[in-house]
Write a protein that binds this ligand. Structure first.
Ligand SMILES: [Fe+2]
Length: 354
């Protein structure tokens, strides 16, 4: 640790956060060395590798949440970095929040960088962080939420309703128009949330749960492909190799839930849709299906009769007779706009969920 006076682009001073994380990592390293030297180290409920990752990644999430909620991002991220110190010290999940307050206090006092009031705020958040069904102070709430989000995004299940409720609320802050329209039967499932999150991570500007009945199909769409696009008949994911509008309608009618998303500029919408579909499939939505945008780009030259990547090829919405603009408008999306003095167009993808 040389230069401790760090400032993030958003103005957050990170020197004290770095000092806490460095002290935590040093403590973990010492524990690891000690346990390796033991003939029979006692079982840990979580590995020290996970503790190292979690103390950093949850603090990062806490910092972003704090900025968004107008809470002190420095204290929030430091409290989050420390929140599992009880489990690190004892090796046990049981009662680790209560067991962590004292080691957290000692570590903070040893660093000599914090006021007594700051230590009280941080250690209280550590002590209370497992009471996910209780609303606490703003810092406590961020620690609880960031803990849930970080665990879930690393693939852990959220077995308790209060954890899922916190994750839904987090999604509500980021995907407000999606969560409130989740059908009741999927409200408690984490898989759709995961797919929504994945799409955002992959670059979607907006994601929305829709009823597949809102997807419009029409015979004129194929006409536009046939007489308006040079790739007609040359690409596996374009007509006439794709389902026509009537077939697509009957496919859509097999589903009750869909995700419609867009991003500015075409990007790789088809790949995004495919990845979200695959995530849903792995989570048990075995009928999940994806529609992208534009011709398939998996190969430089497509041989539509002998596809090299049939497991990844994703037809575009328009290629399947979907009226993309009509559907987007019906679902409340803008088709384009102007930002920073530049015109942009939104490109859409669709994932069927079931
Ligand atoms: Fe945690």
């Amino acid at each position: 640790m040389t230069d401790m006076k760090k400032t993030a682009p958003d103005g957050l001073r990170t020197d004290r956060l770095l000092a806490v994380q460095y002290a935590m990592l040093t403590q973990i390293n010492a524990l690891e060395i000690k346990e390796r030297a033991m003939a029979e180290p006692s079982h840990r409920d979580e590995t020290l590798h996970w503790e190292r990752v979690h103390l950093a990644s949850s603090a990062r999430i806490a910092k972003d949440m704090a900025v968004q909620r107008g809470v002190d991002p420095e204290l929030a991220s430091i409290a989050c970095a420390l929140h599992d110190i009880g489990r690190i010290v004892t090796g046990k999940q049981k009662d680790h929040a209560h067991q962590g307050a004292e080691p957290a206090r000692k570590l903070l006092e040893r660093l000599n960088l914090f006021t007594e009031e700051e230590i009280r705020i941080i250690t209280t958040a550590v002590y209370n962080h497992t009471d996910k069904d209780v609303i606490g102070s703003e810092i406590e709430e961020i620690v609880k939420d960031a803990d849930v989000v970080d665990c879930f995004e690393f693939g852990m299940e959220l077995p308790r309703e209060e954890q899922r409720a916190r994750y839904r609320r987090y999604l509500g802050e980021h995907f407000s128009d999606s969560v409130e329209t989740l059908p009741a039967e999927v409200q408690n499932t984490s898989s759709i949330s995961k797919a929504l999150t994945l799409l955002k991570i992959l670059g979607a500007d907006q994601v929305k749960i829709i009823d597949p009945k809102q997807v419009l199909t029409a015979p004129w769409v194929a006409f536009k492909c046939q007489y308006g696009c040079s790739l007609y008949g040359k690409n596996r994911c374009c007509p006439p190799f794709t389902p026509d509008y009537a077939e697509t309608r009957s496919i859509l009618d097999c589903y009750q839930t869909a995700i419609l998303f867009h991003r500015r500029g075409e990007g790789d919408i088809s790949s995004m849709a495919h990845k979200a579909m695959r995530q849903l499939f792995l989570d048990g939505y075995y009928k999940a299906a994806a529609f992208g945008s534009g011709a398939c780009r998996l190969c430089e030259h497509c041989n539509p009769q002998d596809c090299c990547h049939p497991e990844q090829a994703t037809p575009s919405m328009e290629a399947c007779g979907i009226d993309v603009i009509g559907t987007a408008k019906a679902c409340g999306y803008e088709i384009g706009g102007t930002a920073d003095g530049e015109d942009f167009v939104n490109f859409f993808g669709l994932v069927l969920v079931e």
